[in-house]
Ligand binder design. Structure first.
Ligand SMILES: [Zn+2]
Length: 253
């Protein structure tokens, strides 16, 4: 006699049909994985959404931007829907979006040792981890909308961490501005202005490497969790969702 299978309930979600269509079945399924039980921050009140309280999924489309973002909220703070805003409106309504520790993107700097034809060289790195994953309808399983948009911008699909990275898209650069108190403002600048900005701690060696190389290796992917080593990077590579490239770095201030 068959015992009924005990199925994991996963996180409680509140997702409107048009949002579900944007996110896509593969991503919806993934959102019931155990990793989603923990730490989901509400983009509206800034508090954590416990896994037994329905979390509303909101798709944020910024006019003029190629990247759609998924935001999470307490259902009581904001219902699940597709929001179409200008970047100014988004900045006012979601001031945390581009802050360090904000719910949307996290930035970290590190220094990598890369073998350059027998010589080990220090390379400054910038890792941009996004917590948003919006599934492209009808697209390959292994690609989400953010990755799709980054590839369209000209970033490379990263398939190994063992080799140096190819050049990033033309017209992109990183600005690093040390501030009093030891933190540094970093900004990933695209052809039409700042794309990602954060105030972070950078090791002294990062500046040494940046001065020597004149460029920085940028890695972008979902939930990279760099504190735990390269495991998350390897997973993003396996999923075909790690993009990056080498762009000029300018240290100011
Ligand atoms: Zn809330």
């Amino acid at each position: 006699m068959n015992e009924p299978q005990e199925t994991r309930r996963g996180r409680a979600w509140s997702i409107a049909p048009d949002v579900a269509e944007q996110i896509g079945p593969e991503q919806l399924r993934r959102m019931n994985d155990p990793e989603w039980d923990s730490l989901l921050m509400c983009s509206f009140c800034g508090e954590e959404v416990p896994s037994d309280v329905p979390a509303a999924a909101i798709v944020l489309e910024i006019s003029g931007s190629s990247v759609a973002a998924a935001l999470w909220a307490h259902e009581t703070c904001h219902p699940s829907q597709i929001l179409r805003l200008t970047s100014d409106e988004a900045r006012v309504r979601f001031p945390a979006l581009h802050e360090p520790g904000g719910s949307d993107v996290e930035v970290a700097g590190s220094v990598a040792v890369i073998d350059d034809e027998g010589t080990e060289l220090l390379h400054p790195m910038l890792t941009i981890s996004y917590t948003t994953e919006v599934r492209d309808r009808g697209h390959a399983e292994s690609t989400d909308l953010v990755t799709t948009a980054l590839l369209r911008q000209g970033w490379n699909l990263i398939t190994t961490l063992e080799e140096g990275f190819a050049d990033g898209p033309r017209g992109w650069s990183v600005y690093a501005t040390p501030r009093p108190g030891g933190l540094t403002e970093v900004c990933l600048m695209g052809p039409s202005g700042p794309e990602t900005a954060a105030t972070i701690e950078l090791p002294e060696l990062w500046f040494t490497a940046a001065a020597e190389r004149g460029h920085v290796g940028v890695l972008q992917g979902p939930r990279l969790g760099w504190e735990a080593g390269t495991g998350a990077l390897e997973r993003a590579i396996r999923d075909g969702r790690l993009t990056g490239g080498v762009v000029p770095v300018v240290v100011t201030g």
